[in-house]
Design a protein around this ligand. Structure first.
Ligand SMILES: [Zn+2]
Length: 512
């Protein structure tokens, strides 16, 4: 049996998330291909046709496994699901769907009768995972493809126990926690079918995570930039600088002298425009000035982490190899935007956001310690960002000290982008034959590893060898994510400081 996924219906969002996970997939353009022995799992989007639906019904009846929305199942079942609007889902405390974050979806939803996993913001269980005919289904309350395609953003709070909450304008859908839900659903189905789940691992050489430190240089003085540079040299942690060109034009050549760092473009004017032409000329002006100073930038990060389609097109046309905007995505693995540019998400709360809510240095350090711990347990990249004008260099030093003691690669964003592109091109075909996994890799790279999950619920990271003997592997217990705090609902309640800070910005900085 080949370990791969078939997609029926609209597929851009599904392709994006399955590529992130690193599991082989094909689009079933001809539904007659949908046979049990060719696809252990089929995923569906809501726009499937009646003809496709009938083929899927037959597939499920003969023991096929499916991930889809309750709206799709309503068309082939006698039961009618309940309609509702869901702001977010809260993960289960234990079991396969446990997670350390909520899943923001903000969407009209259809909730299956008998759903028993992940409660909505109104405390209603919303996900059904169960046997169906001879097969197994995971029925979600929404169309996964549409959610991964959503590029809207929203101001959201981030959690810290008992404190005024920091917030940032970030992508409306929390695509990172949604991706984890999909990964767990696939894993659950494979284990139900008594098959091993295998996918490309996220980091080179089987590392648990990577650390990237990004600095947007917004109005920083030469001295502030210097002290960050010295600190990073001391801890041998490279910084990825995104230069605010206009305010630092006089001494911009300083960036070209930095050793082992990456210099990217933030902007000329510190703003993101609605129009393509304005974004294009603003970024090109910054690029030209940097080039004249001997700096050839490959990466871009927009002011305020904003993203819109006009910006996405300008970034593509200016040939950047990647960009990084939390209004597009945050706390997640990289993915490709609709404009084919690689997007590298960061954790969107910087020292400045915490400072603004009155955090002491000690509280800031506690906040980042918890974030680092959370990311390590989820095997997600630790990507933090900072501004030289936020100062609090003592907090940055504590973060560097903590990371210095963790054995994971410290990369620039461009190094991570290069790795991710190579991983994306490595095409892995995995076949389970009894206790042997046969692995065939096109465009193989030596640093590539596979993560395997066994039906018994254990996992391992292993070299991508042509033949893997499953009973000779030393399987390990899965990492358990940090539990969701009991008062997690706080983060989606109204936060008066969003309003107060907005008024302050309007009167004191002109930022709207
Ligand atoms: Zn900025």
């Amino acid at each position: 049996m080949e370990i791969k996924i078939g997609i029926i219906g609209k597929s851009d969002g599904w392709e994006s998330v399955l590529s992130q996970i690193g599991i082989p997939f094909s689009i079933c353009s001809n539904v007659d291909e949908v046979k049990l022995n060719s696809f252990p799992i089929i995923v569906l989007s809501d726009d499937i046709t009646t003809h496709q639906l009938l083929a899927v019904k037959k597939y499920i009846e003969t023991g096929g496994c499916v991930i889809c929305s309750a709206a799709v199942i309503d068309n082939i079942s006698l039961e009618r699901s309940k309609r509702d609007y869901i702001k977010y889902l809260v993960s289960d405390l234990l079991g396969v769907f446990a997670d350390s974050e909520i899943i923001d979806v903000y969407t009209d939803a259809t909730i299956s009768e008998g759903a028993s996993h992940l409660k909505t913001d109104k405390n209603i269980p919303a996900v059904l995972a169960s046997k169906f005919g001879d097969g197994f289904v995971v029925i979600l309350p929404f169309d996964v493809d549409a959610l991964f395609e959503n590029t809207n953003s929203k101001k959201k709070n981030f959690y810290l126990e008992g404190k005024r909450l920091p917030f940032e304008n970030v992508s409306l859908v929390s695509k990172g926690s949604l991706r984890r839900l999909i990964t767990k659903s696939i894993e659950l189905i494979y284990s139900h079918c008594n098959l091993h789940f295998g996918h490309k691992w996220y980091y080179p050489d089987g590392h648990k995570s990577v650390f990237i430190f990004r600095v947007d240089t917004d109005y920083g003085t030469e001295e502030q930039v210097d002290s960050l540079y010295k600190l990073s040299q001391m801890y041998q942690i490279p910084i990825t600088w995104f230069v605010d060109v206009k305010s630092q034009q006089k001494w911009i050549s300083k960036y070209s002298e930095m050793q082992n760092h990456e210099i990217g473009v933030h902007c000329y004017e510190h703003t993101v425009y609605e129009s393509y032409a304005d974004n294009y000329s603003n970024i090109r002006k910054a690029l030209e000035i940097m080039k004249a100073n001997g700096i050839n930038s490959k990466g871009f990060a927009a002011p305020f982490g904003k993203w819109n389609p006009a910006l996405g097109q300008a970034v593509r046309d200016l040939d950047f190899e990647y960009s990084s905007e939390f209004a597009y995505d945050y706390d997640n693995l990289p993915s490709f935007t609709n404009y084919s540019t690689l997007q590298i998400p960061v954790h969107p709360i910087c020292i400045g956001s915490l400072r603004r809510q009155g955090y002491t240095a000690g509280e800031m350090i506690a906040y980042y310690e918890n974030e680092i711990e959370k990311k390590l347990k989820l095997n997600e990249p630790i990507i933090l960002y900072h501004h030289p004008t936020n100062e609090n260099i003592d907090v940055v030093e504590k973060i560097f000290q903590r990371l210095h003691s963790i054995d994971i690669p410290k990369l620039t964003m461009h190094q991570f982008a290069e790795w991710w592109n190579k991983r994306e091109k490595a095409n892995v075909i995995i076949q389970q034959d009894g206790t042997i996994l046969n692995v065939n890799t096109e465009h193989a790279i030596p640093e590539l590893r596979l993560r395997l999950a066994s039906p018994a619920g254990k996992e391992t990271i292993t070299a991508s060898e042509p033949s893997i003997e499953l009973d000779k592997i030393s399987w390990q217990e899965k990492e358990i994510p940090l539990p969701l705090p009991k008062d997690i609902h706080r983060i989606r309640k109204f936060n008066i400081w969003m309003l107060i800070n907005k008024i302050e910005d309007y009167f004191f900085t002109g930022r709207k």
